[in-house]
Design a protein around this ligand. Structure first.
Ligand code: SF4
Length: 251
């Protein structure tokens, strides 16, 4: 497994993407849910010498309950960037018993049911997607919610065999994301302009009011941590390996 150069924790997003794609190649997997941050990352990867060749993996989790706008963006992104997209879906052997037990909208009935649905539609497919990976790249930002305030650019992921978890945009502000999207004419989900700051499954996401927590629209009927298990260390408050100190990708 490639070790990160010292100081990558303070490197820029494009430097981190370049390092990750060069170091891990097909051992790196970019998890894309087609939010604005993920579109920025996709654009950065497509502009990196290694990423542009499709040498790292790009995957998404199709829960089967996404907005039509998200599927539309998925198509657009495939055409725009010309990179191979891996799509992971829930296993029928897990989904069918879940639907038989609780019906299609069981997630509204209890937190337990909501987590069971996320487990089948998201967490289990993610585990399959990361099988064999050495690192995964995600679009988490500290500003997205209080639960994500301590996200590191680089850490180990104890939920996935301790592989590297790389968050190149961890310290980006929302304004920086918007500026990148505008400057590079990056396609984004049209729902963002209708108040959807964080977009997940359609039945579990609503628009948020100005000034509201960006993730307040996710599972809005629940209180507490707004995570689905994909980033379980956030949910469980488990410690992360600290990122190495300053300046290295440049060396
Ligand atoms: S976000 Fe909602 S529909 Fe999507 S997997 Fe979780 S509970 Fe199921």
């Amino acid at each position: 497994m490639a070790e990160p150069p010292e100081g990558i924790g303070k490197a820029s997003a494009s430097e981190i993407v370049d390092w990750a794609t060069r170091s891990f190649g097909s051992g790196a997997a970019f998890a894309c849910s087609f939010g604005a941050e993920d579109m920025v990352l996709l654009d950065l990867i497509a502009r990196s010498p290694v990423g542009a060749r499709g040498a790292i993996r790009w995957f998404t989790l199709d829960t089967g309950r996404l907005y039509e706008e998200t599927y539309g963006l998925m198509q657009t992104a495939r055409s725009r960037y010309g990179l191979p997209l891996e799509v992971y879906t829930p296993a029928a052997s897990e989904l069918e018993p879940l639907l038989a037990r609780g019906g299609p909208n069981l997630f509204y009935d209890s937190v337990e049911n909501r987590k069971a649905c996320c487990q089948v539609r998201k967490v289990a497919p993610l585990d399959r997607a990361l099988r064999g990976a050495e690192a995964w790249i995600v679009g988490l930002r500290r500003e997205q919610s209080t639960d994500r305030a301590s996200v590191e650019k680089l850490s180990r992921d104890p939920m996935h065999r301790n592989i590297w978890k790389i968050c190149p945009l961890a310290d980006w502000t929302d304004a920086e994301v918007q500026e990148y999207v505008r400057a590079r004419n990056v396609p984004t989900n049209p729902l963002h302009s209708k108040g959807f700051l964080s977009i997940g499954c359609a039945p579990c996401t609503r628009a948020v009011a100005p000034g509201e927590d960006p993730r307040a629209g996710r599972w809005w009927w629940e209180t507490g941590v707004k995570e689905c298990g994909l980033h379980s260390t956030l949910e469980r408050g488990e410690p992360r390996a600290p990122a190495p100190a300053a300046s290295a990708v440049r060396s």
